[in-house]
Design a binder for this molecule. Sequence first.
Ligand code: GLU
Length: 474
Amino acid sequence: MMEEPAVEVTFRESVDRMVDRALEVMDLQPDVAAAIKACNAVLQVKFPVKIRGKVEVITGWRAVHSTHRLPAKGGIRYAPVVNQDEIEALAALMTYKCAIVDVPFGGSKGGLLIDPSKYERDEMELITRRFTLELVRKDFLSPATNVPAPDMGTGQREMAWMADTYKHLNPDDINYSACVTGKPVEHGGIHGRTEATGRGVQYALQELFRHPDAVKEAKLSGGLGGKTVVIQGFGNVGYHASKFLSEEDGCKVIAVTDSKGILVNDEGLDIEAVYHYKVENRKLDGFPGGRYEAGSTTRALEMDCDILIPAALEGQINLGNVDRVKANIIIEAANGPVTFAADERLNERGVVIIPDAYANAGGVVVSYFEWIRNLSHIRFGRMQRRFDELRGQHQIDALENLTGKTVPDKFKHKINAGASELDLVRSGLDDSMRQAFQEMRETRDKHPGVTYRIAAYINAIRKISRSYLDIGVY
Ligand code: GLU
């Protein structure tokens, strides 16, 4: 029998097929599997806003993929190209993502069909507050049931407007600030949330490189230091991942992209300098410390490198370019950057792919911490920081007293420093990423031949199915 030629499917279908691959190796009742895969609810809204004297009708969605745990969690993106299929796919990814990193939430996602670059600040505020009103009125936003966060085209500013709108509509909800995460620190946000997804990518790679056999599987050797990295996208995630990997792990980031081209430096880019240039000039073109190649940014995906980090849109590695991808490791900082068909090809070639639902989970992990902080109404570390410092000082005093020697300053600080909120957030995120990676490895040991992606989905489905199997269906 002739093998069917590979074809591309929609994003949602692509996620479902990847999940089906995991279900093939699991012994799960088909009805439970169907319940897990189904998208629970989708809200579509069309609302009018008056912009520059004219009424514009704006379309938005919020999909809730699963409610086996509440609240349902996931970002809201503002983009000129967004549709219901994409939002449902992204909501499903959130369900699996939360389960993979043990964040006790269901999965949700929202989108607004607008080009944010076309609007002034006040107009964005108007649109965001109006969208929030729609979501709250239709029961698609509250600290207990559905908690948005930033995604493409949104950030702290939008989250602050959303939280404020919710507060005005629900003044007696004492937990109002937990209705969204990713807020500015001055308005109930948590330290370390902005860089969390990029940090998570770094922690995931650090963990992979702690396992020599995982490095060998990727046909590499040694540690992260000196590895060449290409990043597609230089938004929040791409910037932070490239910054941490180059500054802290000694990676050589040889290329980053913006929407108009690729910035290359074979010796490694100075990421902080690139970032400042971009903020000042709103482009990468002309940056003095690299060569800018205008044109398609997908060429970056085909560059020779050890580690490729797609940190832009979905579907970037597809049947059209997959055979030209040369990286040893692809770590999916974006959601869905590799299509199902391309994923199959890369697997056949033995390219190691660290899947999105794990690799970019850092954002939602720290969102979880922020949500807890908001519900507990206290900053992490506030009660014990000085106490820990004092106890450390007592230990130093005792040590010096017993030995008659002075503890050198470089050790002193490590012993008597109390953890700040940022220290605790980093520690919690690092732990979550390490734990989930190890769980993927255990699953791969149990099911030889499965990829990290399938292992991640097996773990997610196993955890989610417990809700259905133990509690039943209401
Ligand atoms: N938008 C991010 C994601 O895709 C963050 C979601 C969240 O923090 O709820 O994972």
